[in-house]
Design a protein around this ligand. Structure first.
Ligand SMILES: NC(=O)c1ccc[n+]([C@@H]2O[C@H](COP(=O)([O-])OP(=O)(O)OC[C@H]3O[C@@H](n4cnc5c(N)ncnc54)[C@H](OP(=O)(O)O)[C@@H]3O)[C@@H](O)[C@H]2O)c1
Length: 241
């Protein structure tokens, strides 16, 4: 059994996921760089290693059962267990997000990656997480999934988005269900919002850096054993459901 803390970050080849991998790597942890594209994954692993991170590549498409099963096998062979899973991979689903005109495939794509992908990866990794002394699961959500904020006049919740925003609401609800089932275990599972960060996801229109966005994931990945579970957090504290 590997004595180092091992983390897996999905969608770690760029954006916030890359910065989560880099940030957890500075703790001296071994970091699985989950990414679906071979070239982008290898480039990220090389860059992380050049920065002193103990990074290893994990081929991983969160929408693909075969890929996710193989990823769990790879992590098991590499480390024997998993201490931290960061479900970061995410997509908007497509450009037209107006409820009255959007293609149903746009909604399906967002949910397939942002929700089903998280469930698929989490369940594949759970046997490895259960071997850890302090397992943590972090689901990268978004405050645009907050129904409270969406229904609060004047609250900043981004553009109308029938696929992306509800997919994060769904993810938050799924996070709560996991926390309920896992309440009597040592696994802490929480959702985090990185804030509006400049990444490919939004055409780099975000006002925060991906590194700033990674901070909430680093916080939730390193919670003490008596830390919260089943919550939704941003840098400033709790995000209302
Ligand atoms: N940026 C923001 O302002 C913001 C705000 C709130 C929440 N978030 C959330 O933060 C997370 C990271 O977003 P980001 O802004 O860093 O976006 P990004 O730069 O577009 O990165 C998304 C990552 O997810 C990966 N990915 C997408 N589909 C995948 C799949 N099927 N299997 C595996 N990996 C997949 C992408 O890989 P490829 O390179 O192969 O496409 C990429 O590595 C997402 O969950 C997003 O919803 C972002």
């Amino acid at each position: 059994m590997n004595e180092n803390t091992t983390a897996l970050v999905t969608g770690a080849n760029k954006g916030i996921g890359y910065e989560i991998a880099a940030g957890l790597g500075t703790l001296g942890w071994s970091i699985g760089v989950g990414a679906r594209d071979d070239r982008r994954r290898e480039a990220a692993v090389e860059k992380l290693r050049a920065a002193g991170v103990d990074a290893f590549g994990v081929p991983l498409d969160v929408t693909d059962d075969v890929s996710v099963t193989a990823a769990a096998k790879l992590v098991e062979e590499h480390a024997g267990r998993l201490d931290v899973l960061v479900n970061n991979a995410g997509v908007t689903g497509g450009m037209d997000q107006l409820p009255t005109t959007a293609n149903i495939e746009t909604v399906r794509t967002a949910v397939e990656t942002n929700v089903y992908g998280v469930i698929r990866v989490t369940n594949a990794m759970l046997p490895l997480l259960r071997r850890s002394a302090s397992p943590r699961i972090v689901n990268m959500s978004s405050s645009v999934g907050s129904l409270t904020r969406q229904s609060t006049p004047g609250a900043e919740t981004g553009p109308i988005a029938v696929a992306y925003a509800p997919s994060k609401t769904f993810l938050n609800a799924v996070t709560v269900q996991y926390a309920k089932e896992l309440r009597d275990t040592n696994i802490l599972i929480n959702a985090g919002c990185p804030g509006f960060c400049a990444t490919d996801l939004n055409g780099f229109r975000g006002v925060r850096t991906p590194e700033q966005g990674a901070a909430i994931a680093l916080h939730l990945a390193t919670l003490p054993d008596d830390g919260p579970t089943g919550g939704f957090f941003e840098d400033d504290g709790v995000v209302p459901w």
